[in-house]
Ligand binder design. Structure first.
Ligand SMILES: C[S@@+](CC[C@H](N)C(=O)[O-])C[C@H]1O[C@@H](n2cnc3c(N)ncnc32)[C@H](O)[C@@H]1O
Length: 295
């Protein structure tokens, strides 16, 4: 039992919550070990690369400028080094939120962190330090095939989802309930097996949210329900509490509700909350909506 503010009471026996606000103070107010499953899909770090140049004036025979003691000088470039403008900020931003995720996970709980090729290796190092390497469960590759394709390199058409458990000796995992996939070579297995399909591996081929499909909410970074369905089915039991503190269009809440799990969603963007309200209203999903003013 805990409370976030007078207006936002979260209780393990209470309703689903959608909270508008900066997620760090919101999740910091939630009680330890309250969530069976946490899924986060933070904004990726796509910051521009800055180039800094260091210069020095040097005495050079035949230099183009006459300087001290009438000698010829030239301005020479010492170095040019690149750094990613937003890199430091991104990890400063994400680290305390990942620490909270660890605190909020139930002893048998699982964390899914959805990133892409630009940041995932840094996240792996950080999460290994936070959770312990032995708590790393999987690196899921979500492969899709949509949109423009680079001609000067292999087109990047996958996201990466890192999976960590709080306790490697005692965590919830039930892949028997997830959707199965067609065998690549169905002729090599019995007709019964081919009919049943195979269990998914850590590489998931799944289309993006179709621009014309009924799942589409219009929120730019919306993830497919099929991806969240597998995650929630495998890593939480019916009745479990699921947390997503980068909620976006509310995919996690919509899928959790459809599978009889309960949820807390947090997003600071008013447009996200408006999309979630509309999405839940048309799906008949109920939740308590509130706003946190803490910075
Ligand atoms: C990549 S989107 C999530 C998309 C979501 N998985 C879906 O399926 O729609 C990331 C979200 O994080 C939210 N966000 C970014 N920084 C935040 C913060 N400090 N507190 C709360 N939400 C934040 C953004 O508003 C955005 O909606």
């Amino acid at each position: 039992m805990s409370f976030l503010s007078r207006a936002t009471v979260w209780d393990a026996d209470g309703p689903n919550h959608v909270i508008r606000g900066n997620n760090l103070p919101v999740i910091t107010a939630l009680p330890d070990e309250s969530f069976d499953l946490i899924y986060i899909d933070p904004p990726f770090n796509t910051g521009r690369t800055q180039v800094r140049k260091a210069m020095k004036n040097e005495h050079v025979e035949g230099g183009s400028r006459i300087g001290f003691a009438g000698k010829p000088y030239e301005t020479v470039k010492l170095s040019a080094y690149k750094y990613n403008d937003t890199f430091g900020d991104f990890w400063e931003f994400l680290e305390p939120r990942l620490e909270q995720a660890w605190r909020l996970l139930a002893p048998h709980g699982t964390l899914y962190v959805h990133l892409d090729y630009r940041e995932v290796h840094y996240a792996k190092v950080l999460l290994d330090a936070l959770f312990g390497r032995e708590c790393f469960l999987n690196e899921i590759i979500w492969a899709y095939d949509y949109g423009g394709k680079a001609q000067n390199k292999w087109p990047a058409k996958h996201d990466t989802i890192l999976v960590y458990v709080k306790d490697p000796d005692n965590y919830y995992f039930d892949n028997a309930t997830v959707d199965r996939e067609p065998y690549m070579a169905p002729g090599l297995v019995t007709p019964e097996k081919a009919e049943r399909g195979k269990l998914p591996t850590d590489v998931w081929w799944h289309t993006i949210v179709s621009p014309t499909g009924k799942e589409k909410t219009g929120y730019p970074t919306q993830k497919p329900e099929g991806i969240l369905r597998r995650i929630i089915q495998a890593s939480s039991a019916p009745g479990a509490w699921v947390l997503d503190f980068f909620a976006g269009s509310g995919t996690t809440g919509a899928v959790a509700a459809s599978l009889d799990r309960r949820f807390v969603l947090v997003d600071e963007n008013p447009e996200s909350i408006a999309v979630i309200k509309k999405r839940f209203a048309s799906a008949g999903i109920t939740a308590h909506f509130s706003t946190s003013r803490k910075k």
